[in-house]
Design a protein around this ligand. Sequence first.
Ligand code: GAF
Length: 438
Amino acid sequence: MIAVGSPTLENSVTRPTRPTRPTRPTRPHQRPRMQSIHSDSMITALRQGFQENFGSLPEVLSRAPGRLEILGNHTDYNEGTVLSVAVDRAMHIAASPAPGSSGLCRVVDLVSDSRRTIDLHSLEQPRKGDWGNYIKGLIVELHRREIRVPAFDAVLYGTVPLSAGMSSSAALEMAMLLVLLKLAGVELPWLECAKIGQACENHYVGANTGLLDQVSSLKGKKGHLIYSDFRHYTVDNVPIPQGTAFVVANSMVKHNLTNEYNERREACEEAVHILAGAYPGVKALRDVTVQQLHAAEKLLPPLVFRRALHVVGEIDRVETGREALRKGDIAGFGKRMQQSHQSSMENFENSCPEIDRLVEIGQTLPGYLGARISGGGFGGISVHLVQSQDAQNYQKSLEKADQERCGIQTATMLCQADDGARLLNCNASVKLDGSGIF
Ligand code: GAF
């Protein structure tokens, strides 16, 4: 999930003066192509940002990546499997316990220069569409688990595009959760961390999302996909085939997952309810094969059938796609990505014309292996698996063709698979990854 509709947590650099700061990226309307900021100064920038705002150096630093969903759309809450990847776009946080005992936490987003004050004694009310909800919701969930967080000051620097389907909110949640746990002196297993993030979304933000985004942010590995099983809560890292790359293209249609996402989930639940009558033992769409679903088609309202067909088909594509990767059949894997998108268009209806167009253009370009909508849908990004040697030309051609066809300046970027969320060494330096602006 994304910082829903938040106009404030922007990924453009509009910070006040700072001694050393990353090169200012151009804004999307000036030049769409995603700029990579290469700098050794992320930790320096965070430390300085913290010092400028709070007058001391931070005690804790964290980083948590965004993700791309590669195969397995809306399968997580159906107890299915997913192939995703944690990317080199992340939320970074620097924090310290707040001085005094007021119970007030001050949080500054360095990217948009927006601020929130969070009162630890007054966490009940989410503010609609506000990024502070992701932090308040986490604290509420920690309190439910009897983990007390001290008041803190924090600065944020995010490079995950917002409202694009790359899980900027899960990146914020996981980076913040690592900080909060460190400040509280508590360690939790990764699955519990993921569940706290999910509970924050479900109970505080109001989006009935699954666990995919948090698990992907936590369990990423450089050069690897993440294969997650949401029935058994296991993850495995699958090598990304040599010579391939992920190009991401933003449709510029901001997605908001609270309404339509919840509706899709209800349709899946309805399908399970009906199918359980036909096939004893069915507890989730995970338990139904494509053949069984077709055999039971007449029992389901047509719309519910199509929603279920998407999910059941996706789980099948994840499994056969994983097998294709194991055999080195990259074309076969790409084909499944293509089928996945087709099913999103026809069955789940969670794509949009802008994304369909990007996928369609991709199919005509040299280096194309497969493309699809990524994440919850209803806007956001398309992810394209391409031959690495063609990746840059592919980006340029996609942008140009899209511009010619509809006058929109699509922004594209190359994403690398990266490691999962972690605390950073306060004194080390780390490369500032892609700016994440679109
Ligand atoms: C969003 C949700 F947060 C995930 O849980 C998952 O359902 C995804 O949409 C669709 O696969 O990112």
